[in-house]
Ligand binder design. Sequence first.
Ligand SMILES: NC(=O)c1ccc[n+]([C@@H]2O[C@H](COP(=O)([O-])OP(=O)(O)OC[C@H]3O[C@@H](n4cnc5c(N)ncnc54)[C@H](O)[C@@H]3O)[C@@H](O)[C@H]2O)c1
Length: 248
Amino acid sequence: MEWFGEHPPTAIVTGGASGIGRAVCELLARDGYRVAVADRDKAGADEVAHQIDGHAFEVDVADEASVVAMFEAALAVFGGTLDALATPAGIADTTPFMDLTVETFRRVNEINVVGTFLCIREAAKRMRSGGRICTVASVAGKRGGGLSGTAAYAASKGGVLALSRSAARALAPQGIAVNCVAPGPTLTPMLDEPFKNPGQRERVEAMTLLGRSGEPREIAEAIVWLLSPRSSFVDGETMTVDGGLMLD
Ligand SMILES: NC(=O)c1ccc[n+]([C@@H]2O[C@H](COP(=O)([O-])OP(=O)(O)OC[C@H]3O[C@@H](n4cnc5c(N)ncnc54)[C@H](O)[C@@H]3O)[C@@H](O)[C@H]2O)c1
């Protein structure tokens, strides 16, 4: 594959210890990237980093100081260059609307929206022209939930959709592209709890054209393409990867 220059490309993946983020780390390593696996689950990040010959970093994306420290540590390991950032780190919430506390609403949005913002900002400080960023929203952000997540989650993912477009506008003059992937239901630990509810998996999967959930790798392929120079004319885009769920 053609890359930016002489060195192997470098990437930071938040939420890299599990699910979609883990699959992104594996595919980036396959494509020759040096990968920083960043997660609040350090043991999980260590395991993935070991598997792909990458580097593990502990981070809480909702904590500004933790995010800054992680970027500094990763860039030190990378020798000062950063070509790509993916931000799958996130949490779900299934609290019914009328039971939702402000505390829970804030926590979900701090991780999913503020966490994504902090990582984009810190990456953009350190990227050269040609850098590429891919965020992770959800079809819940487009539909207003209605699958597994409820109001706090849907609002946070709507926030990620708008944040990504806004960042694309802001960072284009620096030559940095920002795109977003909005997955449909994907078989990761995030869906373990909701899919325990009788009939829930069947109901959600029947909403897709393909009649099934996605595998983490099927979402990661889109993210990795958007991070690569192969998508060089794509910017400010949201790619929905949902087995046809949004086609109404
Ligand atoms: N699984 C789905 O069906 C689905 C659908 C649409 C969107 N998504 C989104 O995809 C992304 C990845 O989710 P997944 O399904 O792989 O879930 P997952 O639970 O398997 O992985 C999420 C990872 O994020 C990490 N994380 C959570 N909070 C963090 C924090 N504050 N700081 C650092 N790391 C943190 C977790 O430790 C975990 O490793 C999420 O943003 C999720 O909302 C998932």
